[in-house]
Design a protein around this ligand. Structure first.
Ligand SMILES: Cc1ncc(COP(=O)(O)O)c(C=O)c1O
Length: 401
């Protein structure tokens, strides 16, 4: 009898963590490596948020267990955020707080998926989505998008993917890994379809909401289609916009029975997210947000730099995304060519492996995100490093034979 569970047979380790580990090992060995793999801001958590956490510790607010799915103060701050930023009315009893957006998403799938239940996931997608769905016993249903469509799913494609077994549509705008974000009318094309399919629920992962550029206006499904409010789980968190990936706080607003079920799962697994981090998140949501446009100005400059420089690399095509801190260029024009080591590039994995070998630039291949040959660059690192990395990619592509 096998010791490890059969359910693990379908699960892959995260490709993004694998590339980060490989880059770290090369660095330790003395190589000059630029890591563009990690999906987290290079900026530090703002001081007012850190101070709130220190104060919570000093005031003895961090010593004890808290309410399983979030302290009242944080749930209220989340309700205020949804109301003022998204026009959504949620009561504290409709809010769940977990250990990062990741736990909130996982709880939602465990709470709702029976064997055979389908979750529609537009590709490219965040690597964890299909694996989470499978761990929870469901079936991911990929809907491929194209670079030409801006990596966005059309209403027709959504309609074709819906079956009687569809439980969720999982949306992520702005997207990891493409940075693509749906405009109001693009989102409306999807919500119009969903209105006609009452058994399909919407799980919207709005983690990159605040990271949009060029006056792009962010919308979330329940905001533009109130008829979907009762069957939408709106997931968000403080990790990306507030530079708090290490603090591990995510949250969601949704129908009360689902929120209760998610709390029950959390109560029998991890219990409350860290009390210190919850108090830090209260300050993040209620405190000043002037650092967000400052960071966005820098992110936008880096995005523009990447897009311009990568489009000058031989065999690379890089669309300009609306948000997040990723670009997702195609490397189709390099496939079949030969790298300096003599290796013929057959896949995007070969491309990123040889790029790391030849030029010490760590990026993640596109295929694990559901679309290749391509690669993901996270430009959430110093602008000078982004520029140097793009120069090295240009050189690498120019040297392919
Ligand atoms: C699209 C998306 N959703 C959710 C998360 C998880 O965020 P957290 O760090 O809050 O768990 C990430 C993190 O990479 C992400 O890219």
């Amino acid at each position: 009898m096998a010791f490890l569970a059969d359910s693990l047979k379908r699960i892959k380790p995260s490709a993004t963590i694998a590339v980060t580990d490989k880059a770290r090992a090369l660095k330790l060995a003395g190589r000059n490596v630029i890591g563009l793999g990690a999906g987290e801001p290079d900026f530090d958590t703002p001081d007012n948020i850190k101070e709130a956490a220190i104060k919570a510790i000093r005031d003895g607010k961090a010593s004890k267990y808290t309410n399983v799915d979030g302290i009242a103060e944080l749930k209220e701050a989340v309700c205020r955020k949804f109301k003022t930023e998204n026009g959504l009315d949620y009561k504290p009893s409709q809010v769940s707080v977990g250990t990062g957006g990741k736990q909130v998403l996982y709880n939602a799938f465990v709470a709702t998926l029976n064997p055979g239940d389908e979750v529609i996931i537009p590709a490219p997608y965040w690597v964890s989505y299909p694996e989470m769905v499978m761990l929870a016993g469901g079936e991911p249903v990929e809907v491929k998008t194209t670079m030409e469509s801006g990596f966005k799913m059309s209403g027709e494609a959504l309609e074709r993917a819906i079956t009687p077994k569809t439980k969720w549509l999982l949306l992520n705008s702005p997207s990891n890994p493409t940075g693509a974000a749906y405009t109001k009318s693009e989102l409306k094309a999807l919500t119009d379809v969903l209105v006609r399919h009452a058994h399909v629920h919407v799980l919207t992962d709005d983690m990159y909401e605040h990271l949009v550029y060029d006056d792009f206006q962010f919308f979330t499904p329940a905001q533009i289609e109130p008829r979907l409010y009762e069957r939408t789980l709106t997931v968000n968190g403080v990790s990306k916009a507030y530079c708090m990936t290490g603090w591990r706080i995510g949250f969601a607003g949704g129908p009360e029975p689902l929120i209760k079920a998610m709390a029950m799962i959390q109560s029998q697994s991890t219990s409350n997210p860290s009390a210190v981090s919850q108090w830090a998140a209260v300050e993040a949501l209620n405190g000043p947000k002037d650092f967000i446009p400052k960071h966005n100005k820098i992110f936008k400059e880096r995005r523009d730099l990447c897009v311009a420089m990568l489009n000058q690399a031989k065999g690379i095509q890089c669309p300009k995304p609306e948000g997040a801190f990723y670009v997702f260029p195609s490397c189709a024009g390099t496939i079949g060519k030969t790298a300096p080591t003599g290796k013929r590039l057959a896949t995007d994995e070969d491309f990123v492996t040889e790029l790391l070998e030849a030029e010490g630039v760590a990026v993640v291949q596109g295929t694990p995100f559901g679309l290749g040959p391509a690669f993901r660059i996270s430009y959430a690192t110093a602008t000078s490093a982004v520029q140097e990395a793009c120069e090295r990619i240009q050189r690498f592509c120019g040297n392919l034979r």
